[in-house]
Design a protein around this ligand. Structure first.
Ligand code: NAD
Ligand code: ZN
Length: 357
């Protein structure tokens, strides 16, 4: 048996107000007059947070458009623009939700690796370290702050650049930055974390490392989304740690059915990750009976609407395209259903599931 030897984030700072330590964190990373580039989620344009970014010299703030989840074409464009404007940069600091963080990771890698980011969608295809990169989440749940992937939609697939060069060099976990997240969005992204826990804890790849993190993250989600009556700072603090622990849990295992199916929705219909996972989880009693029952209680308690009927009227060709994307996620299915997953999750069975969504 060969055990995975996985790369983790190098430095972590956690605490309310820790964002204001960014200047001293970046100081030793500055290379001559090469600028630090701040990718800031476009939600923050004109907001007070921008004035707290420690700009020096030729540093630049780029408000990244996260209307759509990151595409390889957008990553390539951002990297090409930075190369032509500055040649090289000291680092990329990504401030935002999973989308902005993934853009930061991917562009960092594309500053040094040749070709298109689409060439590196898959496992361990990235050859060179990127430029220094730091992640600062403003939404909690995806675990993108700790993962070894950056999820991109390319010309033919939605798949991450999974590699040892992908994790951030530094993360700054400041729960105060998540305070203004809209209730629905906060829930959908929070449920991404909850679903990571269920898929990891119920998966065949589970080991004690994953389990320890998964159980802690699950306990935090249960407290936040079922026990608390009112959202407060404690919830922001705890959800940020749940996201971290949930991400650590899947780092050593995998996600499962909800993610595999939701990737198909996202590829064809552009359904976003958090809400897409919720739409699928709503129908997964067969695979995660206890998790789905608890998920439904969380939806009800937090008064959230989960869309239904989103696959109505799709053509055979469209169903096929979603099924192809989904079945392409082999490690997810193997984690969920075991080595013989292909006998269990047939195209017909998956089609029937998509039709129910
Ligand atoms: P998101 O980053 O797509 O953001 C959702 C919305 O919230 C956007 O409109 C954004 O502008 C807004 N927003 C962000 N922070 C805010 C704040 N503090 N206040 C108000 N609005 C705010 O959402 P997400 O759920 O965090 O991320 C989803 C993305 O993460 C997807 O692209 C998905 O593929 C990716 N993802 C990556 C990993 C990974 O390991 N790399 C894991 C899971 C998901
Ligand atoms: Zn996820």
């Amino acid at each position: 048996m060969k055990f995975r030897n996985f790369k983790m984030v190098d430095y972590v700072v956690y605490g309310r107000g820790s964002f204001d330590q960014l200047d001293e964190i970046l100081a030793p990373r500055r290379k001559g007059d090469a600028p630090v580039i701040f990718f800031v989620d476009h939600y923050f344009e004109g907001k007070a947070l921008v004035n707290r970014i420690p700009l020096r010299g030729k540093d630049k703030v780029i408000f990244v458009d996260v209307t759509y989840e990151p595409k390889t074409s957008y990553v390539d464009k951002l990297a090409a623009e930075l190369k032509s404007e500055f040649g090289t940069v000291s680092g990329i600091i990504a401030i935002g939700g999973g989308s902005a963080m993934d853009l930061g990771k991917a562009v960092s890698l594309m500053m040094t690796n040749p070709g298109s980011s689409a060439d590196y969608q898959g496992w361990d295809l990235v050859k060179l370290p990127g430029v220094y990169k730091a992640g600062i989440p403003t939404l909690s749940g995806t675990g993108a702050e700790v993962s070894r992937t950056t999820v991109l939609t390319g010309p033919t697939r939605k798949l991450g650049m999974n590699s040892d060069f992908t994790p951030f060099d530094q993360i700054v976990l400041d729960p105060a930055l998540t305070a203004n997240a809209p209730v629905n969005q906060r829930f959908y992204t929070g449920m991404d974390c909850y679903i990571h826990c269920i898929e990891s804890l119920e998966g065949t790849y589970l080991n004690e490392f994953s389990k320890s993190y998964g159980e802690k993250a699950l306990e935090l989600c249960q407290y936040i989304f079922l026990e608390k009556d009112q959202w407060d700072e404690e919830c922001d603090d705890k959800l940020m740690m749940a996201s971290y622990a949930g991400g650590m849990s899947i780092a050593y295992s995998q996600v499962g059915v909800a993610h595999a199916v939701s990737y198909g929705l996202s590829f064809l219909l552009g359904t976003k990750h958090g809400i897409g996972n919720c739409i699928v989880m709503n129908h997964l009693e067969e695979y995660y009976p206890a998790g789905v029952e608890e998920f439904k209680r969380m939806v009800e308690k937090n008064k959230i609407d989960i869309p239904v009927g989103i696959c109505k009227g799709l053509t055979d060709e469209q169903f096929d395209s979603m099924i192809n994307v989904s079945l392409g996620m082999k490690p997810l299915w193997e984690n969920a259903l075991g080595k013989d997953w292909e006998k269990i999750m047939t195209r017909e069975k998956l089609r029937a599931l998509y039709e129910r969504l």
